[in-house]
Design a protein around this ligand. Structure first.
Ligand code: GAR
Length: 193
């Protein structure tokens, strides 16, 4: 299965995914890694000699036009699956239509709790005893697509937002690996809405 991964930051989940693909524990090949900014996580792709691209969104720019350019960059690599892994920009509906339903997103909360860009901070500030991690199919909403996998993560005494996020990411990596493995082995079918 050919996969294009999109990131915006350090890409620690991307790195775990690439390592698992290289070890053969995820039956997928990452054919390209893209970003909307010059993300430090692109180095993980370079480490594995995987092509990278950056498609920046200009402030005040046309979201559909950007989504179309981003889609063109991705389509060059003819992926079977697109994974948003810490991609912090909302993709437009035209982009979703182009790749649906084969676009996944990992999210650091137990959806539908705490959607959006600051899920860990929001959960931490809400003082909840547990939050979680989810892998969903991307739709036109903000973290509203069908949930493919999720697991609870307790908030520990003495946690900071950062220590909590680090523990959530460990769960995200496991969930994403399980979901992609199931899709590749045709044990999970992602259906068109
Ligand atoms: C991950 O926790 C991912 O779920 C989250 O960003 C982090 C990226 O970490 N994504 C979102 O919040 C999307 N709204 P990483 O760059 O270390 O892989």
């Amino acid at each position: 299965m050919r996969v294009v991964v999109l990131i915006s930051g350090q890409g620690s989940n991307l790195r775990a995914f690439l390592d698992s693909c290289a070890e053969g524990t995820i039956p997928a090949t990452v054919v390209a890694v893209g970003a909307d900014v010059d993300a430090s996580g692109l180095d993980h792709a370079r480490h594995y000699d995987i092509p990278t691209f950056v498609e920046p969104f200009e402030p005040g720019g046309d979201r559909d036009a950007w989504g179309s350019r981003l889609g063109d960059r991705i389509a060059e690599f003819t992926p079977d699956l697109v994974i948003l892994s810490g991609f912090q920009r909302l993709v437009p509906p035209s982009f979703v239509r182009r790749f649906a339903p084969m676009i996944l997103n990992t999210h650091p909360a137990f959806l539908p709790e705490f959607p959006g860009a600051h899920a860990v901070r929001d959960a931490f500030e809400a003082g909840v005893a547990e939050t979680g991690a989810s892998v969903i199919v991307v739709d036109d909403g903000v973290d509203t697509g069908p949930i493919l996998a999720q697991r609870r993560v307790p908030v520990a005494d003495g946690d900071t937002e950062s220590t909590l996020h680090d523990r959530i990411k460990i769960v995200e990596r496991e969930l994403l690996a399980d979901v992609v493995r199931d899709i590749a082995n045709r044990e999970t079918a992602i259906e068109e809405n």
